[in-house]
Design a binder for this molecule. Structure first.
Ligand SMILES: *Cc1c(COP(=O)(O)O)cnc(C)c1O
Length: 456
């Protein structure tokens, strides 16, 4: 616990202080609505999920144990970059002239550059334990695909990644990164699956979407005995694996003698937001006063403008129905640069917290987000991923409010990844080519009209 008093900017934990269990919020919440079988409308059981996931993950998905031990083999890989640093953004505070104290938990130190390896490593491990040889997955911007590619390399698994076509073309370096770790990557929609061929027949120029890529990856996994499917966000077990982030942050804030008034995270499917905030949601349920804010793009306003209903996780209507905030499974997002925040649904656990008023949400336009990202880079040095920049914007906005009111609040936000592979997006921003999209209400209504009858 080194301290250099008032000027300290970096709070590091030793390896011995790394969490050895994941925190399971399901132990502390009323029962979430169960996933339903898309055909029968009945709650699905473990047998329905067994073709896609290993039993250990299926058990975690429904577990109500508060603490779930992290296997030693997973901890050993985590230790390559964990515990991750917590920083106090002193230079940003000064530039803003705010009395607020701003802390950020940085997950960009992992080899893949984001929080995603926290679950990728665990998922690869449990699949390997069950004798699986090959995984399939989808990826938007490429962060999830690259995280899982690295994890599969550690555990000797093959990986096929269906990458949303618009990102496959926009982000060639992410693709190369997946290949460097040994994965195979194809643009989605592809001709390798029935779902992909169906989309291409209807629209040969389809730019793809996460919903389509999920259909392809699920179909591929379901058609082979040696193959399972892996999802990088949304599901309960994914959120669970990310809770190492918030648990570390709790200890690091204690080192700084700080208690957070406001916690902020960007939310695509909800996993980094959940990972940072769920341990603090527990504190809130135990009586602490903390505001917890999820930040999403105005172009994909899942929590703020979607409905809370049962919906498919994919466009091809193959996944179980999840009760979540959704913009409809046929949602086609604008080609904004935060590719990781373009999913039509939100994690059921995050949706439940929002429904219960335990968390708030805001939707922000991308030009304001990039403006904040650049201010952050010029004061703190790190160049945020476009996704993470949403949290940066919201944290700056809160700090500016503190400046108006004179309140010295403590703000903690999640910097979920670096933007070193996203410089094309920054280039577009500097060239004045980024546009703001508010998702049109008619399109939301049209997509919502297609919600499944089952469960709703
Ligand atoms: C994938 C990604 C996100 C969005 O996914 P969540 O599951 O909502 O966390 C956010 N930030 C970064 C850096 C990502 O790679």
């Amino acid at each position: 616990m080194a301290s250099n008093g008032d000027s300290q900017t970096k709070y590091l934990l030793s390896e011995a202080e790394m969490p050895t269990a994941w925190y399971n919020l399901q132990a502390d919440l009323p029962n979430p609505a169960p996933p339903l079988h898309p055909g029968t409308g009945q709650p699905i059981g473990p047998a329905d999920l067994a073709p896609l996931f290993p039993m250990a993950l299926i058990e975690q998905e429904v577990s109500t144990e508060r603490w779930i031990e992290i296997p030693e083999e997973v901890q050993a890989v985590y230790r390559l970059w964990r515990p991750t640093p917590l920083y106090r953004a002193r230079r940003l505070e000064k530039a803003l002239g705010t009395p607020a104290r701003i802390f950020y938990k940085y997950e960009g130190t992992s080899p893949a550059g984001s929080h995603k390896p926290n679950t990728a490593v665990a998922q690869a491990y449990y699949n390997k334990q069950e004798g699986i040889k090959r995984l399939t997955t989808e990826t938007g911007a490429g962060q999830w695909g690259s995280a899982l590619a690295m994890a599969c390399a550690f555990f000797g698994l093959e990986l096929k990644v269906y990458m949303v076509k618009v990102s496959y073309e926009q982000k060639p370096y992410r693709r190369a990164l997946m290949e460097a770790w040994g994965a195979t990557c194809v643009p989605s929609p592809s001709t390798d699956t029935e779902s992909g061929r169906r989309i291409l027949a209807a629209d040969p120029n389809s730019r793809g979407s996460l919903g389509i890529a999920i259909s392809e990856a699920v179909e591929d996994a379901a058609s082979r005995d040696d193959t399972h499917y892996s999802l990088g966000s949304v599901l309960n077990h994914v959120l669970l694996h990310q809770t190492v982030i918030g648990q570390e942050a709790q200890k690091q804030l204690a080192m700084a003698d700080a208690e957070p008034d406001i916690i902020i995270g960007c939310a695509g499917g909800g996993s980094n937001f959940a990972g940072l905030s769920f341990p603090f949601v527990r504190e809130k349920l135990l009586g602490k006063e903390i505001r917890i804010v999820a930040v999403e793009p105005a172009a994909c306003p899942t929590l703020t403008r979607g409905v809370y209903a049962y919906d498919f996780g994919d466009t091809g209507q193959m996944t179980p129905l999840l009760k979540m905030h959704t913009l409809g499974h046929s949602f086609m997002p604008a080609a904004i640069h935060a590719g990781g925040l373009r999913y039509h649904g939100m994690a059921p656990l995050v949706s439940l917290l929002y429904e219960q008023g335990l968390i708030e949400a805001v939707a922000l336009p991308q030009t304001k987000v990039f403006e904040a990202a650049v201010q952050f880079a010029r004061t703190e040095g790190l160049v945020p991923a476009p996704e993470s920049a949403h949290a940066v914007r919201a944290a700056i906005d809160e700090a500016l409010r503190c400046k108006e009111t004179g309140e010295a609040k403590t703000i903690l936000f999640g910097l979920s990844g670096h933007g070193n592979f996203d410089m094309a997006a920054y280039e577009a921003y500097f060239a004045g080519q980024l546009m703001d999209y508010a998702h049109p209400q008619e399109e939301i209504e049209a997509a919502l009209a297609g919600l499944p009858a089952v469960g709703n």
